[in-house]
Ligand binder design. Sequence first.
Ligand SMILES: Cc1ncc(COP(=O)(O)O)c(C=O)c1O
Length: 396
Amino acid sequence: MRNRLGRECLYVPSCRLGLYVALRHWCPPGARVLMSPVNDDVIFFVLLAAGLRPVQAPLRPEDGSIDMAAVPESVWRGLGAVLTTNLYGNPDPAPELRARCDQLGIPLIEDAAHAIGSQTAGQPVGSFGDVSVFSLSKHAGAKTGGFLTVADPALRAGLERARDEFLEPARLTAELAYGLRPYAEAGVRGLRLVGAARATLRLLGLEERQDIRMELRPGELKQALAAAPAPALEDFHSWIRVDMHDYRLRPGGLRLRRTGRLLRRLESRLEAHRAGALRLSATRWALPRPGRPVQPLFRVPLLVEDRDAAITALARHRMTTGYLYDPPLDAYAGEVFTDPSPAPEAAAWFARHALPVDPLRAEAAISVLTELGARPATPPSGATATQPPVRGDRGV
Ligand SMILES: Cc1ncc(COP(=O)(O)O)c(C=O)c1O
């Protein structure tokens, strides 16, 4: 990863913990941080845990990237940092954000969880920020781990100490569960018991998300935020661990060996993602984007009129749709916990219509959507983004 990005890298047990370490290092308590409202809610809670105030950005309706031109000057001037998302691997406008952050004297933090292998302006996503954080659970498929990469190599040792402060000691049971999980999952899939397994979890009250968004629990959240002298990671554990209870566990040998094996196959994995993304972006559910290179997307956000019907049809063919972020975070959490976007329409439209398709299942997904007669969604004119400046590969 150091060779790929040309920067020092540091292993973290999850991208969320890496982001927490980065936010704590780069942002003073109480700083306002511009972020995307179409994002995993876990990341929203990571910001709150770091003692920061999330500020929701306007987005471009075609890919959910940050629409810089729609951010009012007054909002820019109040910011202490910018956090990108690079949703599904589509890059945020990193060179322009870098320039703006430099002008304001604030850090740019890149969440590159979805964007291993994506490029913008001829450079890898993750090579623009003061710090960038990647997830190895996504493209690499390791279901654990991530890494943090820094522009200034002198900071690495200090960040390593900061990371270690938050690690929990390795546990044999967690390591065994990690080792056995792929076999257990394959067994459940092979026996066609996925639906039954989910229903059992629901019955036992063990399902963490009844809906796309986890339950907010505003009363408890207010209490966690009020903890003196400052909010602590422990107080936010129940929100941040969702979908990954081992997010701060020191890795054991088994985890690291499997991750290493998967990383050695990363190039071919990225090529397969790129081929699937190319195939899906030529369908009628993808907006034409001339002049943009095809990225090895983690998911391809097809835009469909009746997204729920498409999800149901895909599920009937044993394709689970994950990584849905609807409603946007400002609608989900409200003004008590976040500054709302000054122009929320495009984000709301994108969140409602984006169907994140796994490019490794491109052909199967296309057949299902064709059979269903899924209609493509077109952005309403009110939700059209402000045109970005033509620059590098972002030009149209
Ligand atoms: C945009 C985004 N950032 C960060 C994360 C967190 O990654 P990890 O699960 O490695 O902590 C996720 C998880 O899905 C994500 O979707």
